[in-house]
Design a protein around this ligand. Structure first.
Ligand SMILES: O=C(CO)[C@H](O)[C@H](O)COP(=O)(O)O
Ligand SMILES: [Co+2]
Length: 218
């Protein structure tokens, strides 16, 4: 089975957002990745729960919300109520990662923990049983268009091994610098979902790029 594709709207044309969303959905993308940035955890400010609410009725894709926000537990209810299907919180963004994941699970939303390139998988072992998805950042968070960091592949492999060892069933998502070449090693190591922003949207034909990611992981 090929990798699930999660286009990041960070690189889409905001004035023609519905068009760009429909393009990738028709091409077979399963998730829509929504990057929320607060100007504190990461330098930029992007968009909030209002965008999730607006996108909910125009797509059947899984709304995959990546909170790059300090103390994300402050916003869990708001994003869940807006229609998020998955809410991801950074291990590095809160001293209360367990509580944040509890809150997401209590809302009936799939909980995701996110780790930066400098964060070890060992640190999230105690909470892996609480998540439906782990997001391994393959760049440092905050910006689209960066280069994939190959040293993150070992962490994907470790998470895949742990899944079997602990008898758990989470998806492993990768985010940052993903294209039809970099996706290959990550898929081989166990990645099941690939976020792609600039690769899909910066140049021509996002639909062909969705197909290329699937072909590269077939
Ligand atoms: O979380 C993110 C940035 O922090 C984005 O999802 C990611 O950067 C996607 O962009 P690209 O595919 O261009 O690297
Ligand atoms: Co992201």
């Amino acid at each position: 089975m090929s990798i699930k594709v999660a286009p990041s709207i960070l690189s889409a044309d905001y004035v023609n957002l519905q068009r760009d969303v429909e393009l990738v959905e028709k091409a077979g993308a399963e998730y829509l990745h929504i990057d929320v940035m607060d100007g504190l955890f990461v330098p930029s400010i992007s968009y909030g729960a209002g965008w999730v609410k607006a996108l909910k009725p125009v797509t059947n894709m899984v709304l995959d919300v990546h909170l790059m926000v300090q103390n994300p537990e402050r916003y869990v209810d708001e994003f869940a109520d807006a229609g998020a299907d998955i809410i991801g919180v950074h291990y590095e963004a809160t001293p209360h990662i367990h509580r944040a994941l509890q809150m997401i699970n209590n809302k009936g939303v799939k909980a995701e923990v996110v780790i930066n390139p400098g964060t070890s998988v060992d640190l999230i072992k105690p909470i892996l049983h609480m998540v439906g998805q782990v997001l391994v950042m393959t760049v440092n968070p905050g910006f689209g268009g960066q280069k994939f960091l190959p040293e993150t592949v070992a962490k994907i492999q470790q998470l895949n091994d742990l899944k079997a060892e602990l008898g758990l069933d989470y998806d492993i998502e990768i985010d940052g610098g993903v294209n039809n070449e970099t996706v290959k090693a990550a898929y081989k190591a166990g990645a099941t979902v690939a976020v792609a922003g600039s690769y899909l949207y910066d140049k021509v034909d996002p639909a062909a790029k969705v197909a290329a990611l699937k072909d590269a992981t077939n």
